[in-house]
Design a binder for this molecule. Structure first.
Ligand code: ADE
Length: 417
């Protein structure tokens, strides 16, 4: 076992955090209670590269209760919750990751998951799929399919598919409405604020917040920043999203123009070099820069390091880059996912819906894999409907039913004005 996970009391703390998450992940627990009776995933070996959080822990336990064996590595060197990892090992899962692991360990642990010979892969960012297709092709014959959790991973998968390089079916779980319109929007909005506040303890009210990217994550973060009293500027490359941001009441401008105004900058674009040296040069003293996009490529921290006289680790996940006697720029969590590195990721309630999606995607693969071609697939809308019902039930919310007359009306075309 990894030595960082052997500390006394760690697994006990993890057990408590897992119990807390289970209490708040009622929809996923409902699936667990249903599937543990028949154990339909018996014989499946699920290899995962996900953030090892208490919420992921609940998913791992749910897969194991449904009969699967699980091996998991982290999909980010800074996001592992060591207590949860230690508790999952006690539960019988094969767990590879610790908070602050080196790049070398990161890849070593991905390989450990591949040594486990998965029949199904679950990625958050597509690293397992990439590693299998590039370096472990012998595993392909046993893999029935995969699932992908995040926008960045889907972009990579679609690029593989376009080049004819993707050799098994992968479900784009991110594209479930109950994932990207909930987790990305409400989850990233709140957990990113959480990470920024834990790292910096800044006041949001009265500040100017610059959000790069107006997808679901950017929308959620912009709305929450506004709700806390910030003035929000959005930067975009997509004309429709820029228009949406403008119509939502935010200022929209290029990053070059926004740079001098921002007190806080957040990148959530999924692209590289969104905040570059020319932008740092225009920022004011004390500006804080954070990223909640999947990879640490959105903020050019290497460029900032080159421009700086020194770097001071002010507090955990909060570094000051001293550019001159009267100008410093602060970076949260080295430009890695602020919400998972400096905080605990999205709260359990929202992850419950995302992970119902992962669970039902695996169910879909187990039932349909032989009919699916290699490539990116989407779950039928009935799965979103099922997850929505489970979550509404968990929240004690009841809704209306169509009357027979309404059903007939929706199925007819003769009736007009
Ligand atoms: N991604 C964002 N938040 C997460 C969480 N709490 N667990 C797993 N993956 C996440």
């Amino acid at each position: 076992m990894i030595k960082q996970l052997q500390k006394k009391g760690l697994a006990e703390q993890g057990k408590k955090n897992l119990a807390l998450a289970e209490r708040n992940m009622k929809a996923l627990m409902a699936l667990r209670n249903q599937y543990k009776k028949t154990k339909p995933f018996k014989g499946q070996r699920i290899g995962m590269a996900l953030h090892i959080t208490k919420e992921t822990g609940v998913l791992v336990r749910t897969f194991m209760d449904a009969g699967a064996k699980v091996s998991i590595a982290s999909c980010n060197p800074l996001s592992t919750q060591d207590d949860v990892a230690a508790a999952l090992i006690k539960d019988g899962a094969d767990v590879w990751g610790y908070k602050g692991e080196s790049k070398k360990d990161y890849y070593k642990y991905l390989k450990k998951v591949l040594d486990f010979k998965p029949t199904i892969t679950i990625d958050d960012g597509c690293d397992l799929v990439t590693e299998i297709h590039l370096n472990r092709r012998g595993l392909l014959k046993n893999i029935i399919g995969g699932c992908e959790e995040t926008t960045t991973g889907i972009i990579r998968l679609k690029a593989m598919e376009k080049e004819g390089k993707l050799e098994y079916p992968v479900i784009a779980v991110n594209d479930n409405d109950t994932k990207h319109l909930m987790d990305n929007y409400y989850g990233t909005g709140q957990s990113t604020i959480d990470g920024i506040l834990r790292a910096s303890n800044m006041l949001i009210a009265g500040k100017t917040v610059v959000v790069a990217g107006y997808g679901s994550c950017g929308k959620g973060f912009a709305l929450r920043s506004k709700g806390m009293g910030a003035k929000v500027i959005v930067t975009e490359v997509d004309p429709f999203r820029a228009l949406q941001a403008k119509m939502d009441g935010f200022d929209v401008m290029p990053m070059e123009k926004a740079a001098p105004f921002g007190d806080l900058f957040l990148t959530v674009t999924g692209n590289c070099e969104v905040i570059r040296m020319e932008h740092f040069r225009r920022m004011k003293d004390g500006a804080i820069v954070a990223n909640s996009g999947h990879f640490d490529i959105e903020v050019d921290v290497t460029g900032l390091t080159k421009m700086s006289k020194k770097k001071v680790a002010v507090r955990p996940f909060f570094d000051e880059f001293v550019i001159s006697a009267n100008k410093s720029i602060f970076v949260i969590a080295e430009g890695r996912l602020a919400n998972l590195a400096a905080a605990e990721g999205h709260p359990s309630e929202v992850m419950s819906m995302s992970f119902c999606g992962q669970f039902l995607a695996v169910d879909f693969l187990v039932k349909n894999a032989s009919k699916l071609s290699a490539g990116v697939h989407f779950l039928p809308s009935s799965v979103d409907e099922k997850i929505s019902k489970l979550q509404l039930q968990a929240m004690g919310v009841k809704i209306d039913k169509l009357t027979d007359k309404q059903k007939n009306y929706l199925g007819s075309w003769q009736e007009g004005t």
